[in-house]
Design a protein around this ligand. Structure first.
Ligand SMILES: Nc1ncnc2c1ncn2[C@@H]1O[C@H](COP(=O)(O)OP(=O)(O)OP(=O)(O)O)[C@@H](O)[C@H]1O
Ligand SMILES: N[C@@H](CCO)C(=O)O
Length: 306
């Protein structure tokens, strides 16, 4: 067994409008995890972003190591896990997916790689319940995936180097569980066809680099209309961001972050985002984001200070 490893995992946006539970895109925004065999179990958290998370075996990353070792039929030794993250927690930028992918990838390395990357993807998708964020975190770029019983077939698309994003992150958390709880069980044929056809156009637009189509393509009727009530100002942001230079805009994952894609300067859009949320009584911060093209990466360097 290997004695230690460091893994860097990108955060991501999921859905991009109509690609609900299907499409994810990774960003240069990272969770860093160092996992080492130790005398006793311990999780050490650095920085403000991870404040409040468990520092014992109940931490999600620790649980992923336990899960992977059990699946491999191995006994997990006590681990010391150190972690820091730039991904805001519970805001729709894939923090849980990055933790799941990071824990599995690090533990797989310690266990001498009993599982392939595709098998890790399957595990991560089933644990998270959908493949969109975990696919982007694991593989980087834009990942389109479908979840079947046994397999999770996917295709990775590389965005053009001109494509970037602007995220506005409201000053409140919204758990994925709560944001999924407001969705209906059934949809009309009209809303299903609307969303299917826009999802098709979204993938064609991303695969061909026809980003001029994104504003039309990123509309959906499966989740955003039901989640609007959870994020004051969201309706205005989705309707009007195009007028401030956005190519297309959506709720990021389960929210509350809203994300726009763009190719030019984002100053006007930033102001519009912050002002609109403020008018709705919500403070926020913005992040200019570049796509991450590589996904989770392993480093054997566990000697430099964390
Ligand atoms: N680095 C981490 N270590 C341990 N647990 C984490 C870590 N990051 C996230 N989590 C867990 O995941 C929860 C957030 O998951 P949730 O799915 O609600 O939000 P998200 O992943 O940030 O957003 P979204 O899925 O919409 O992109 C946190 O409350 C915490 O329990
Ligand atoms: N596809 C998921 C992403 C958040 O985990 C959702 O929108 O609920």
């Amino acid at each position: 067994m290997k004695q230690g490893v460091q893994v860097i995992v990108p955060g991501s946006t999921a859905n991009l409008g109509p690609g609900f539970d299907t499409v994810g895109m990774a960003f240069e925004l990272y969770t860093k995890i160092r996992m080492e065999v130790s005398d006793e179990p311990k999780v050490v958290l650095y920085g403000d972003d991870l404040k409040g998370l468990p520092t014992d075996r109940s931490n999600l990353v620790y649980k992923m190591a336990e899960y992977l070792f059990e699946k491999a039929g191995l006994t997990l030794p006590p681990l010391r896990i150190q972690m820091r993250s730039d991904i805001p927690l519970t805001r729709g930028l894939g923090s849980s997916a990055a933790a799941i992918v990071g824990g599995l990838v690090a533990a797989n390395y310690l266990a001498e790689e009993p599982f392939s990357k595709d098998e890790i993807f399957q595990m991560a998708s089933h644990i998270e319940g959908h493949p969109d964020n975990v696919g982007a975190s694991l593989f980087g770029g834009i990942v389109v995936a479908v979840m079947e019983e046994e397999k999770v077939p996917y295709i990775k698309i590389e965005p053009k180097s001109s494509l970037k994003a602007l995220a506005v992150i409201p000053d409140f958390m919204l758990s994925t569980e709560k944001a999924r709880g407001v969705l209906p069980e059934k949809y009309s044929r009209k809303d299903t066809v609307f969303t299917l056809s826009h999802a098709g156009l979204l993938i064609a637009s991303l695969a061909s680099g026809r980003y001029d189509m994104l504003n039309t393509a990123m509309q959906d009727r499966v989740h955003q209309p039901y989640r609007t009530a959870l994020v004051p100002g969201m309706g205005t942001l989705l309707d009007k961001a195009h007028e401030y230079g956005a190519l297309g805009t959506a709720l990021s994952g389960a929210g509350p972050t809203i994300i726009s894609f763009l190719e030019g300067n984002d100053e006007r859009l930033k102001q519009f985002f912050v002002d609109t949320l403020l008018q709705n009584g919500i403070g926020s911060t913005t992040m200019s984001l570049m796509p991450d093209l590589h996904g989770a990466r392993i480093s054997e360097d566990i000697d430099t200070p964390f």
